[in-house]
Design a protein around this ligand. Structure first.
Ligand SMILES: [Mn+2]
Length: 312
């Protein structure tokens, strides 16, 4: 894993320093508002023009082995040398798997090495203090590794890192990227100013809950239904069509649901990518890689993204 394997031998203080450094990079980017020639950040919202190449990685859930395989498969070091290439992670880095801290450190290292082309979105597992649920095991992992210091690391350093993650990404005229799903908007006025709303997710708990927790479903009648998860909603194709029409995008790319590497919903407009294997032996780990030419193909309104998924 080149430089990245060094994170496996980091001591407590060095680990904390790396997490703080990545948090600072995020917060500086959000404050400055603009950061590269292919895109910009405004608070929690990222906006890009179509990059030269795009790689998207779904839920990792503490599976450092799958993460390493994926990074090696697309040769991360040469890929990230060009600032025209983007690497976007869809959230849910921690819990369930055994190596949550190592995954966090690896992603922090990537962000610090390549701040302009590595972007980390927030998953529901990175928002525990907003939406608590019972299967959360990262604090336990940290306590068993470092005792009380592990607790401090979680509350003093990891929670601020999670709060610094981006919430929503738009690649103009191509795709909307987010962890869970599209909020079930019923007021069209929302779209007059949707970028502003999405840039302030930390003060819009209603939107944040849906973005982190929603799932697409093939609903026959309703626009949306309550989710069995107890948080968030199931959203139907009407919601997907509304968002895509209003934003002039063709695809939605999200994670959040375990699957055999990927699945599609809503006539192929939504692609789910899942990149964790160790905690989910029945499922597969995959990532998406697509080039600028492929993203630009105008002839088809919906680009079938399953052609660009690699299962590892
Ligand atoms: Mn999730």
């Amino acid at each position: 894993m080149g430089d990245l394997s060094s994170i496996l031998s980091l001591g407590f203080d060095e680990s904390r320093e790396l997490i703080c450094d990545a948090t600072t990079v995020h917060n500086d980017q959000k404050l400055q508002g603009f950061f590269s020639n292919v895109g910009m950040a405004s608070g929690d919202y990222l906006n890009f023009q179509i990059p030269q190449n795009l790689v998207v990685v779904g839920d990792i859930h503490g599976d450092i082995v799958s993460l390493e395989k994926i990074l090696n498969r697309f040769d991360w070091e040469s890929f990230l040398e060009s600032e025209e290439n983007l690497l976007i992670f869809l959230g849910d880095y921690v819990d369930r798997g055994q190596y949550s801290l190592e995954v966090i450190l690896c992603l922090c290292k990537l962000k610090c090495l390549f701040p302009k082309n590595v972007f980390l979105l927030r998953g529901n597992h990175e928002a525990f203090h907003y939406f608590p649920f019972s299967s959360f095991n990262l604090p336990t992992e940290l306590r068993s590794k470092y005792g009380n210091k592990g607790n401090d690391l979680y509350f003093e350093n990891i929670i601020p890192l999670f709060d610094s993650l981006y919430g929503f990404c738009e690649i103009e005229s191509f795709a909307l990227l987010l962890h869970g799903g599209l909020p079930a908007i019923d007021n069209y006025n929302f779209f007059d100013n949707y970028r502003f709303h999405l840039s302030n997710l930390s003060t819009r708990k209603d939107l944040l809950e849906e973005i982190l927790w929603n799932d697409p479903r093939e609903l026959a009648e309703n626009n949306w239904e309550y989710s069995n998860r107890g948080v968030g909603k199931y959203f139907g194709m009407n919601i997907t069509n509304l968002w895509l029409e209003q934003t002039h995008c063709k695809n939605v790319i999200r994670g959040h649901e375990p699957c055999k590497g990927y699945k599609t919903n809503h006539e192929g407009k939504i692609t789910t990518i899942f990149s964790s294997k160790q905690p989910y032996p029945k499922f597969d780990s995959a990532y998406l890689k697509i080039s600028r030419d492929e993203m630009l193909r105008e002839s088809e309104k919906i680009i079938k993204l399953d052609n660009f998924i690699e299962i590892i």
